[in-house]
Design a protein around this ligand. Structure first.
Ligand SMILES: Cc1cc2nc3c(=O)[nH]c(=O)nc-3n(C[C@H](O)[C@H](O)[C@H](O)COP(=O)(O)OP(=O)(O)OC[C@H]3O[C@@H](n4cnc5c(N)ncnc54)[C@H](O)[C@@H]3O)c2cc1C
Length: 310
């Protein structure tokens, strides 16, 4: 069976950054990229908030650059997804694509967290052209424009308030007749004059020629007073939660209720000694490329110290 010192699972900013640090520490890391080499940033166009790119860059180019930097130090970056793990003993046993099996002395999990979408065809049609799941990332592109945020929880309220500071008008589309968010977040929403909360509305579709120009909603679907509502918008932000990619680690790795891996802050250690977690998969709060890359660095340093202590 193949044996490695350092196995990195995930080919996004966190995984690639961990690979840079681990390879420069002489740990000969092997990294599996899964089904989305480059990670979430490959789904977007312009990235303007990653330090080191004064003119901004394309999401795909940014992750390619981080990957190239890891390859320069001979990180072994491979196609393939982890399909099963046995973390009950060390070296850990990790299965790739249901066939190949590897033994690893230490592991970094950097499998990301995927944004949840409503499941409308139009979300795919307008991806990167008005549909976004990240207000911090894309809000700046909608200065003085009109946007909608979908969701009724804390994140949705936070994103609506954030966008209200940039956009001319924000619609908060809420399926229920109330907000699930905490009282303090609700108060902030109701105190923001350019946010209009559309309770009991659901999105049917989006319209527009080159990008999003409108959304078709239904008010009180299935009720006697059901009616269609059209709103003019330039941006449509999903804020209905994320799905951390942790199923494959099953019973071994402790997560919170939403599935995010719990780490022993301020380190990247998980509940399993020798297994570390980096990036969005362990971060319900920030979910940015720079924070993911930073925690990839931390995980590689934690892993290197762990191996040194054996
Ligand atoms: C549309 C969009 C626009 C964004 N814009 C910005 C922006 O402008 N600025 C910014 O800072 N952030 C932005 N973000 C957020 C940013 O993309 C994430 O915070 C960042 O990519 C997280 O990095 P990560 O490495 O933790 O995970 P990800 O990028 O999600 O990468 C996860 C990796 O794990 C792999 N993987 C998953 N499961 C397995 C498995 N079983 N085996 C092997 N590999 C696996 C995947 O294939 C992928 O390679 C945006 C996100 C989206 C969706």
């Amino acid at each position: 069976m193949e044996q490695v010192k350092c196995l990195i699972i995930g080919g996004g900013p966190a995984g690639y950054t961990a690979a840079i640090y681990a390879s420069r520490a002489n740990l000969s890391p092997v990294l599996y990229e899964g089904s989305q080499p480059g990670g979430q940033l490959t789904q977007t166009t312009e990235v303007e908030n990653f330090p080191g790119y004064p003119e901004g860059t394309q999401g795909f180019d940014l992750v390619e650059d981080i990957k190239k930097q890891a390859l320069r130090f001979d990180a072994d970056i491979r196609n393939g997804a982890v399909t099963k793990v046995d973390f009950s003993r060390r070296p850990f046993v990790v299965e790739i694509d249901g066939s190949h099996t590897i033994e690893a002395q230490a592991v970094i999990i950097a499998t990301g967290a995927s944004a949840k979408y409503l499941g409308l065809d139009d979300e795919k049609k307008y991806a990167g052209r008005g549909v976004s799941a990240c207000a911090t990332c894309d809000g700046f592109f909608y200065r003085k424009k009109r946007v909608a945020v979908v969701g009724g929880g804390d994140t949705a309220c936070e994103e609506a308030v954030y966008l209200a500071g940039l956009a001319e008008k924000v619609f908060l589309i809420v399926r229920k007749p109330f907000l699930r968010a905490s009282k303090v977040m609700q108060d902030r929403v109701f105190a923001t004059p350019n946010i209009e909360v559309l309770f009991e509305h659901q999105t049917l579709g989006l319209g527009g020629t080159d990008g999003v120009e409108s959304a078709s909603l239904v008010y009180r679907k299935g009720e006697a007073d059901e009616r269609r509502v059209e709103i003019k918008i330039d941006g449509f932000f999903l804020a209905i939660g994320h799905h951390p990619n942790t199923e494959v680690f099953g019973k071994y790795i402790e997560t919170d209720e939403a599935g995010y891996i719990k780490t022993q802050m301020p380190s990247t250690r998980t509940n399993v000694e020798g297994v570390f977690a980096a990036g969005d998969v362990a971060d319900p709060n920030y979910r940015q490329a720079i924070t993911a890359a930073a925690s990839g660095c931390k995980a590689a340093i934690d892993l290197e110290r762990f191996l040194g202590s054996l």
